[in-house]
Ligand binder design. Sequence first.
Ligand SMILES: [Zn+2]
Length: 560
Amino acid sequence: MRSRRALGIGLLLMLLLPAACLGGPGPAPSRAPALATARPSPQPSPPSADLSLAPGDVVVYPGPERYSGDLLSFDVTPENLGSIPPSDLLVRLYRLAEGRREAIAEGQVDFPAFDGRARARLTWAWDTHGLVGEQTLVAWLDPDDRIQSGDEDPTNNLLTFTLDLSPALELPPPERGAAWMTETTACCHLHYLSGSAAARDMPTITAAVEESVAEIAGRLGVSPPAPLEIYFLSRVIGQGGYAYDTVALSYLDRHYAGFDLRLVLRHEIVHLLDTLLFQVYPPALLREGLATYLAGGHYKEEAIPQQGAALLQTGRYIPLETLAGDFYAQQHEVGYLEGAAFVACLVDTYGWDRFLRFYASFEKDLPAAQALGQALEKNFGRGLEETEADFRAWLEAHPPAPEQVRDLEDTIRLFETMRRYQERYDPGANWWSGWLPDPAAGMRRGIVADFIRHPHAPENVALEAMLIAAQENLRAGRLERTEELLDALDRVLRSGVFSGPPESDYLALVEAAQKAGYEVQRIELADERATVWAIARWPYLEELTFYWTAAGWRPAAVGR
Ligand SMILES: [Zn+2]
């Protein structure tokens, strides 16, 4: 969870975890933000400007596999909406069976998500209990033909597609048998799925949560009036976390979106507790900046002033007016780091107590850059422009070492690569689609699939293991190795082929482990030897050794 961004009516709190959090009364499907604020569609208009549906305009969650008993959700994104008011446009879904057409769900095209494209989001709309095998569905735009202008040809408003429902008994672990559980601690309710990595690691998690809450509450000088609600999800969604009025964190062994438990907890807990400080939300720049600053870094603990100064050196620095004005539209890693450095500079210059008074002093909803300028002027006697000059001078007084500049470039490249991976190989996790299901609602309804199911084809596992290896090398300062892995990831994401080492080694190891009954979670490659952490019996992680032989990668011993 993280910051808030006003989207027309209603606050859409986008909290980007150390990577991406969504905060506040988030994009709850039932209260979609006003479409008027959606950014224009980045898609080029096809030659025909007639309202229509094309293959690819219907997305179904969860996936990639579906099982009898799933409660399925649908995104239906029309082409050529033009000037048709989205809330006037209805989408209805039908199931075709035995020559009959049965309406199964409907809704308005009133959810823009973060990519700005208006869509109908039908959340947990179709209960598939009792159905097995191929299902034929039809998505129908304006099924009652109420729209005339802009929809001269109503025959292209339908899209027929099929879904395959496997028997529920074929549901694989760890999802099979998973149920929501709750651990109650002095500060918090920790919700997790049984049989998951979070369930296995709950003693560690509990200690980390207690310490992080105590630390952040102490720094902010607040005491939480009620237990904090934290949900641990067993799949990566977005950049690993988001929030409604609670926090959702991805916690799993193959967490490919950058994860440091304590750092992520501190970040998210700042977002929960800072709301006790103010009446009016400070701009996202400050909220994300404070969360990243108090966490000690964005993806890893880091020297924030020097890393921030590297933004200047590399020409990546974003003017404060731009960054404050539309924080989440900026390059993600740059925005968070610059926000943290800005907070560090204000704290360094004016002291912690004055900073907190400034943070709590926002009075009414103004455009963010204007609000920031006014609050700076009022608290410190320096407006936005003067403060920016001070900030740049402060950054210049903290020159980065060459390896800190290279670390910044590698970090940005790594997470851009991660997001490209999501777009192509794990689209349900891609946060621009805004599919951030509410775990509290899921728990109330006993829904687990959306919080656990994710792609696990060998190619997915290999690419995710490579992303994790790149992050571990970056964290350890082995930048050359990081860059080799990023080159390898680029090759695969460009071509779809694991043509040579090291990418072919990762894929071969995943397949060799799979043959031995394991799903790989993490790989450490060293020449002709590989250490592989993998799971045969969920959620127990085993450490295996593989050697390169004339016949390929072979396990040294599989001790089960
Ligand atoms: Zn955040």
